[in-house]
Design a protein around this ligand. Structure first.
Ligand SMILES: Cc1cc2nc3c(=O)[nH]c(=O)nc-3n(C[C@H](O)[C@H](O)[C@H](O)COP(=O)(O)OP(=O)(O)OC[C@H]3O[C@@H](n4cnc5c(N)ncnc54)[C@H](O)[C@@H]3O)c2cc1C
Length: 413
């Protein structure tokens, strides 16, 4: 390692992507000195010793392939304690006959994927990371980066408070509204979907039976994911509902009973009556991608590299596969005694991951585009498509593998 630098790698952002990368590096290349800089405060004393699932917790759908990655990192056993298996996926189009159903047992799997609370995943990662040699600077913010002949100089803080760290490479994991990406001049392709995603946990009279529903309606797609709330593990689901600004504003102004009634009218009765509508949060939906995610000494990962529509549940799963590809590349660089931030190392990573992210972005975006159309001809085509998917084993297997995150090869770190 280059001991003239303060550290080998700086990761800007300790969210799900940054923290997972730090853990993967600690497991695979323990000789590397990794520093995570995170804006939010972190202290080991602040980590709760026990976890109580909350009805209002936000969650993420993890594909089967992501479970394999967390297994490799030695984290899955702990994460599985509060992860709800998705054993069936039901995709349908409101008001039309087309539908497709996927079942884990048809693919000789225990589950197609899992639903895990973001807070629980963060807690599992932090508990594990505190036992590694990864260094944390928190609360602190990366504010700039300058290239050096043999690495980078990373600035932390502003004005009198500012200081710097030298490193071989900076990994930017500061999320979808990445300030650093902009500051460092990466060109972002951004397309607004003109809708917002409403997120809430809801209760139903009938059990979800570990089924994830993706339902496309003329007003936008929605997903209901099985969620193990401690009080009612069989009848709680996480809702992602896309709505235009006006409909969202109107819905938020309603009481819980009316929210349930409107959801019922959109989703139907597959889960019986909606009986509870939890705390709501909402996000503007945009598709953000970059043409190039690397520069000499710097690489973008996670939402800083791509932010997708949440209904297809692909964003974090894609990010995880990218992180593993990056760790694999760093491992080769260390073996070849190459600097981690060299453009040839980072370009090789980008070339290996590019096909996966391009296909995943296209898959997720085309679902929204095709199912967002209300024209009758498009609706008929969707019916044929969904029915075809349901009866053609090859097409269905392709769709299932994509949903499970298995179309792209998962590399061992
Ligand atoms: C509504 C919704 C539902 C979703 N559902 C799914 C799903 O079901 N499945 C799926 O795979 N994906 C899903 N996603 C995507 C998933 O949430 C993201 O891919 C994931 O959270 C990416 O995390 P990240 O670490 O890249 O970014 P973030 O979680 O935004 O983390 C960025 C971190 O960087 C820190 N930070 C910011 N600026 C700086 C700075 N300058 N210096 C230091 N630190 C900084 C922040 O404090 C934060 O901790 C969903 C997304 C949304 C919005």
């Amino acid at each position: 390692m280059n001991t003239t630098h303060d550290t080998d790698l700086v990761i800007a952002g300790g969210g799900l992507a940054g923290a997972t990368l730090a853990l993967a590096l600690a497991r695979t290349l323990p000789e590397l000195r990794v520093t995570v800089v995170e804006s939010f405060p972190l202290s080991s004393d602040a980590l709760p010793t026990s976890y109580q699932p909350s009805y209002d917790a936000r969650s993420t759908a993890l594909a089967w392939g992501s479970r394999l990655i967390f297994e490799e990192l030695g984290l899955w056993q702990r994460m599985a304690e509060h992860a709800t298996p998705i054993r069936h996926i039901h995709v349908s189009d409101r008001g039309h006959f087309g539908a497709t159903r996927l079942h884990a047992e048809d693919h000789q799997q225990d589950a197609l994927g899992y639903v895990a609370d973001n807070r629980w995943m963060g807690l599992c990662l932090m508990r594990e990371l505190l036992e590694t040699n990864v260094r944390w600077e928190a609360p602190a913010a990366v504010t700039n980066m300058e290239p050096l002949v043999d690495g980078v100089k990373v600035s932390l803080g502003e004005g009198d408070e500012s200081r710097s760290l030298t490193a071989q490479c900076l990994v930017v994991a500061d999320g979808g509204r990445s300030g650093l990406r902009e500051k460092l001049g990466f060109r972002v392709n951004e397309r607004a979907y003109g809708q917002q995603a409403l997120i809430a946990n809801v209760s139903t009279a009938d059990s979800h039976q570990n089924t994830a529903y993706e339902r496309f309606t003329d007003a936008g797609p929605m997903a209901l994911l099985p969620h193990s709330d401690a009080d009612a593990p069989e009848t709680t689901s996480s809702l992602v509902w896309t709505l235009d600004d006006h409909t969202l504003e109107d819905l938020l102004a309603q009481d819980e009973a009316e929210k349930c009634r409107r959801l019922q009218a959109r989703f139907g009765w597959r889960l019986g009556r909606f009986t509870r509508f939890g705390e709501c949060s909402h996000y503007q939906l945009t598709l953000q991608t970059v043409d190039e995610s690397v520069r000499p000494g710097v690489v973008l990962v996670g939402n800083a590299a791509h932010t997708l529509h949440p209904v297809a549940g692909q964003g974090f799963n894609l990010a995880l596969r990218g992180l593993m590809a990056l760790v694999e590349q760093f491992k080769l660089a260390v073996a070849d005694n190459q600097p981690l931030g060299s453009l040839s190392v980072l370009n090789q990573y980008q070339a290996k991951h590019r096909q996966d992210w391009q296909q995943t972005v296209q898959f997720s975006d085309s679902l929204i585009e095709i199912f967002g159309q209300s024209m009758p001809a498009m609706a008929a085509a969707r019916d044929i498509g969904l029915t075809g998917l349901d009866v053609l084993p090859g097409a269905k297997r392709w769709f299932a593998r994509r949903a499970m995150g298995l179309n792209a090869r998962v590399r061992k770190p």
